[in-house]
Design a protein around this ligand. Structure first.
Ligand code: BDP
Length: 338
């Protein structure tokens, strides 16, 4: 019996020694695992950027911080759900559109007014300039419980419907799915249609086929990638808004990290912007080609009809933009160069 105990002790200490011989004891290397929510499928430009962000953070913290990316809306089907989870600290990161974030940080409506930018270069000059970076920083200082980490490209949004629309009057009575943003609901109301919110982007296809809505609005890649082009076969190129994507972090979660690690996170996020923009450009072209080849009717509005869409939406500048007129005027000023 005594021999057995001695033998066991010898074995035990040998095992302990071998653990230490391999380096630091296990407890010290346990990584911090942070979850990230994404509504798009794997392979979509923002999903690719999310993984790149996770990779950079993992590499630069030597594996101390690991980010798990949940794509396809599997964690939160709606972006407002993800945003609220960030606010209470149930989630660490979410890649979302700026549109629903404006419900929590209203100043963000100023960078997504209809017909605000002349083109993508104009938008990027704003977002990467002083004003856009201040807006991003204000997300954090506004007390929203959110940290704005970087912007991504999402092109421009147009309506897609189950019927042809050539002029504003054709919009009358249509039920159109929108992101959760009051300004966007008012936007379609000004066109004589009805905005429907509370439907996640992955639920649009079935809402159209079930007749709950007559269509929605989005960029080429989402229209194609979600398969919505098979349900709503008319894409009306009115290009009403350019709404950037935002990579958000949770103040509650991230402020618990070592400040140096938070700095690594902030820097890594910024670095993925160019990566996403490149993936976006490719996907935008591919998506347009796919839906056109599938026989979607793409409606180019006449200059008169286009001007009518624009003038019908103009009241939003006073109704929602009034408190941010300085920003809006500055954006227009920058536009003179584009
Ligand atoms: C897409 C955005 C996505 C939004 C979606 C929507 O990439 O973040 O959730 O629109 O309309 O363009 O909900």
């Amino acid at each position: 019996m005594k021999k057995l105990i001695v033998l066991m002790l010898v074995l035990l200490s040998a095992a302990t020694l071998s653990v230490f011989a391999q380096g630091v004891p296990e407890v010290a290397v346990k990584p911090v695992v942070l979850k990230m929510s994404e509504v798009h499928a794997e392979g979509y430009p923002t999903s690719l950027a999310d993984h790149e962000f996770a990779r950079l953070v993992n590499e630069r913290t030597n594996g101390r911080i690991q980010i798990e990316v949940y794509t396809g809306g599997t964690l939160y089907a709606q972006e407002t759900g993800a945003i609220e989870a960030l606010q209470v600290g149930d989630l660490a990161f979410a890649r979302v559109s700026a549109s629903p974030v404006a419900s929590y940080v209203p100043a963000l409506n100023a960078i997504q007014m209809p017909y605000l930018y002349n083109n993508s270069a104009h938008m990027w000059a704003v977002l990467n300039g002083e004003l856009g970076q201040k807006m991003l920083a204000d997300i954090e200082t506004s007390g929203s419980g959110l940290i704005g980490l970087c912007y991504y490209d999402a092109g421009s949004r147009s309506f897609y419907l189950t019927k042809a629309v050539h002029k504003v009057a054709d919009m009358a009575g249509l039920k159109i799915r929108l992101q959760n943003n009051k300004m966007m609901v008012r936007m379609v109301e000004l066109l004589g249609a009805t905005g429907v919110t509370g439907i996640g982007p992955n639920e649009v296809y079935s809402a159209i086929t079930q007749g709950v809505i007559d269509g929605a609005e989005n960029n080429w890649p989402t229209y194609q990638n979600m398969g919505d082009y098979e349900a709503a076969k008319f894409y009306i190129l009115d290009q009403h808004t350019r709404v950037p994507e935002i990579l958000l972090g949770s103040t509650a979660v991230l402020k618990k990290l070592d400040p140096a690690d938070l700095e690594i996170i902030r820097k890594a996020a910024k670095e993925t912007q160019e990566f996403e923009i490149a993936a976006w450009a490719k996907k935008e072209a591919d998506a347009e080609q796919i839906v056109r080849a599938a026989g979607v009717t793409v409606i180019d509005l006449t200059p008169e009809a286009f001007a009518e869409f624009q003038s019908k939406m103009a009241p939003l500048y006073t109704e929602f933009g009034a408190p941010y007129m300085d920003f809006i005027n500055e954006i227009k000023e920058i536009g003179k160069k584009y």
